[in-house]
Design a protein. Structure first.
Lengths: 564, 254
């Protein structure tokens, strides 16, 4: 089999294979990590996270189905799981699309490097589309590797023909492939036509905004849209607009149509999926072809120098001059570098996901509900994800070759740089998350309890910042990074498990303390003391530390075991 | 005065700079010459503190630079060989950041940056991203960043790289002007004509070793050669340029 695949690959044109490999690297975008990045290992870790998710989903689906005795309730549960998994697949594919933003279109580098070479634009187009499809395909297959069998099995077990599973299995896989193609095609269509209609400089600016808007939209829809898989809820005229405007329901209906389980009255929803898929694929194909005909030429003709945006260029000071320099450098790196924006967006996905789900549950509550476990746990997790996310993005360098300027201008001791990084974390992670939490807490009462929780949250944020700074003797975005150290799968699940193990008891403790003033002030005092101790420890160590601009691998000592 | 005493640098045991001793005096422009790979940029990086020496000492105004590296960095301006900059920033943003890192007063540095951007003809493009700047424009940003804090020691590694004729003439006069005002200027370049015009003395390096350290006038009379190019060819070039060019052409036509 392996030989057959290799023979088939060898039959592809050499220029296509070379470009495919290059573009695959660019879809994953590991340039900022290391030139010798292990792409296979990185993809393996990414696939591992999704396979784990798929196993969790299928276990929940199977156990849920087994423990429900009523056939009607079982069927309703199956429908709910179907929609949940289609929506989750669309979210993951949407996030991959956001991460690989612009990767399918020719950029200036492609044009300048590849145009003088004897390579046809169609080869570049084919290599780019194949590279993007490979990453999307990997995400799609691994996320459904277990649930893509379990759901058809459960649907096949419903009353109906004996071959139910064999009808449900291809229907499921066709549906998720179609849903992913719809999402990816829609994004390509919007990007392609925007790039064709706008001057390149305007397009580049709008593209960054569109990327973040798409990110917010995918998350917002996933977390805010209600569950309407019950036929009675679907038939309610009040919900008509949700079903008509939500693509996850279109493809949910499409699956049931292909599976033969869709009532005729809902065929119009499935029809939307077909129409949407057709429009997205046509739009994507035509915009891609037009882009490769027009944009490559347009890119060469565009002037090199693009005037800066109109507006204030000198921002107010954010502390002393070093703190201002580090904070502004961080803001600019985060907002202008696609790699860093997307890496941070991965963590923000959790922050906003928690915020959105809390917001949705809040809407169901009467005004001035009591401060709840949901609020406390969600806001704690939001704070941890924001701080840990920004801290980890700080470790990704933006331009190692330009770091000489920081070395030659280091006229202050290291602890001042650590203090500047602390301020940046407080300004860019703790403050916005705290404000978001404060806005979400408005509906909770009584006011002293809500205010008390916000005070605790602020101290928790400060402690998280100090923990993040332990051993962090770097200027954000300037130190080289050894990708082998980032075991995404282990870190992700490890962080989640540890956080839940810590956060749940802490939240329970805080809720009880909110009603006992003495206990509450003791808690505030303990958090303040912990923060002060961590701060003092970090400052003390930073005094004797040297700023790192290169992360070096740990020294490995191999024992030969020659002694008797 | 900048003084290097027996400075050496070894990479994995291989000497890149070997026992180099010379000095650069205030009021003079000292040319630092050598063919590719001779160790010029390595020496420059040791003088800036970017890399550590394997041996020897560097003194500035009589004090070892390692004794108080921070105070030394305050008084040094450096233009590196390659115009590596944070290209996601605009010209102004980059320069303001450097001023903040150097702890220069906000208003004073803003005025200086603005005036220097005008004089270097960069003012119209000051808010554009550096990623769009030409090599010459990036070089001008580097020059402004190196000079805006009025350093006493100016280290210039190929400062004319990518500059247009007008800017090169301005820079040439500027280097002489700064030297005449008492600055210590160490200037490394491959452009021998320029070196001959603006440097009072030259230091020539070959394979990491010092092969000449004297005024251009004295070298001319000692070696009985009319130009710096001829002196340099005799001391540091091993190949016959015409023969090498002929061999390359033969490979192309083979």
């Amino acid at each position: 089999m392996h030989e057959l695949i290799e023979k088939l690959i060898a039959r592809l044109p050499l220029d296509f294979r070379v470009l495919y490999r290059q573009f695959l690297l660019r879809v994953i975008d590991l340039e900022s990590l290391s030139i010798q990045a292990d792409v296979t290992g990185y993809l393996g870790q990414f696939a591992g996270v999704l396979i784990m998710l798929s196993l969790v989903h299928s276990t929940v689906a199977y156990l849920g189905y087994t423990f429900i005795p009523e056939p009607a309730a079982r069927f309703a549960f199956c429908l709910h799981m179907e929609h949940y998994l289609i929506a989750t697949t669309m979210l993951v594919i949407g996030l991959i699309t956001v991460i690989s933003w612009d990767a399918t279109f020719p950029d200036r580098r492609d044009v300048m490097v590849l145009s003088p070479l004897p390579i046809a634009p169609r080869t570049i187009l084919a290599a780019k589309v194949t590279a993007s499809a490979a990453v999307l395909g990997l995400g799609l297959v691994t996320l459904n590797v277990a649930s893509g069998v379990v759901i058809p099995l459960l649907m096949g077990a419903q009353p109906g023909p004996a071959w139910g599973f064999f009808q449900a299995l291809p229907a499921w896989w066709f549906t998720i492939v179609a849903a992913s193609a719809f999402l990816y095609g829609s994004v390509l269509t919007i990007q392609g036509f925007t790039s064709l209609l706008l001057p390149r400089s305007h397009f580049l600016r709008l593209s960054a905004i569109l990327q973040l808007a798409a990110f917010g939209l995918f998350l917002g829809v996933y977390f805010v849209q209600p569950s309407l898989t019950d036929p009675a809820a679907m038939a309610d005229p009040q919900n008509h607009w949700i079903l008509a405007s939500s693509p996850s329901y279109w493809f949910f209906a499409l699956f049931n149509q292909l599976n033969g389980s869709l009532p005729a009255q809902f065929s119009w929803i499935a029809a939307r999926a077909w129409i949407g898929l057709g429009l997205a694929l046509t739009g994507a194909a035509s915009s891609l072809v037009l882009c490769y005909i027009h944009t490559m030429k347009k890119t060469v003709e565009e002037p090199d120098l693009v005037p800066g945006p109109v507006g204030p260029h000198l921002l107010p000071p954010l502390g002393n001059s070093l703190q201002t320099a580090v904070a502004l450098f961080s803001v600019r790196s985060l907002t202008r570098s696609r790699q860093h924006r997307v890496a941070f967006a991965f963590y923000l996905a959790f922050v906003f996901g928690l915020a959105f789900s809390l917001f949705r549950s809040e809407l169901a509550l009467p005004a001035s509900s009591l401060v709840s476990m949901d609020l406390v746990i969600s806001t704690f997790l939001m704070m941890f994800f924001a701080v840990a996310g920004l801290g980890s993005v700080f470790s990704l360098p933006i331009s190692l070759t330009a770091n000489w300027v920081l070395r030659t201008t280091q006229i202050r001791p290291s602890e001042k740089y650590v203090a500047a990084t602390r301020r940046t974390l407080l300004l860019l992670a703790v403050l916005p998350t705290w404000l978001l939490a404060a806005a979400l807490s408005l509906r909770f009462g009584p006011f002293p309890n809500a205010a008390g929780h916000l005070a605790v949250l602020a101290l928790v944020g400060c402690n998280a910042v100090e923990l993040c700074l332990v051993g962090f003797y770097k200027v954000p975005f300037t130190c080289s990074y050894l990708p082998g150290k980032a075991n995404v799968q282990v870190i992700f699940w490890g962080f989640l498990v540890v956080m839940l193990a810590v956060v749940i008891p802490c939240a329970e403790f805080e809720l009880s303390a909110l009603h006992q003033p003495l206990r509450f002030f003791m808690m505030l005092f303990s958090l303040s003391a912990a923060r002060t101790a961590l701060w003092a420890q970090n400052q003390r160590r930073a005094k004797s530390a040297v700023l790192h601009f290169e992360e070096l691998p740990d020294e490995i000592i191999t024992t030969l075991g020659l002694s008797a | 005065m900048l003084e290097l005493r027996n400075v050496s640098k070894r990479f994995s045991g291989i000497p890149a700079v070997d026992d180099v001793t010379f000095s650069a005096r205030p009021g003079e422009v000292t040319g630092y010459l050598g063919p590719n790979g001779s160790g010029k940029s390595t020496t420059m990086k040791m003088i800036t503190g970017l890399i550590e020496m394997s041996g020897g000492h560097i003194f500035f105004e009589g004090k070892s630079i390692q004794d108080d590296l921070i105070a030394y960095k305050r008084r040094m301006g450096y233009v590196p060989e390659e115009p590596y900059l944070y290209t996601h920033l605009s010209g102004t943003e980059y320069l303001v950041m450097v001023a903040q890192l150097r702890d220069l007063p906000g208003r004073q540095s803003a005025e200086r940056i603005d005036a220097m951007l005008r004089l270097f003809s960069l003012h119209n493009d000051r808010h554009a991203s550096i990623s769009g700047y030409s090599k010459g424009m990036r070089q001008k940003v580097l020059l402004i960043a190196a000079l805006m804090h009025n350093p006493q020691l100016i280290l210039l590694d190929e400062p004319f790289s990518g500059l247009d004729v007008a800017s090169s003439l301005v820079l040439r006069s500027l280097i002489q002007e700064l030297a005449s005002r008492g600055k210590v200027v160490l200037f490394s370049s491959h452009e021998l004509d320029t070196v001959e015009r603006i440097c009072s003395r030259v230091v020539i390096l070959h394979r990491g070793k010092l092969v000449a350290d004297d005024s251009i006038e004295r070298l001319r009379s000692l070696m009985e050669l009319s130009t710096l190019e001829k002196i340099f060819s005799q001391l540091a070039i091993e190949q016959d340029p015409e023969s090498t060019a002929r061999q390359i052409a033969e490979i192309i036509y083979a």
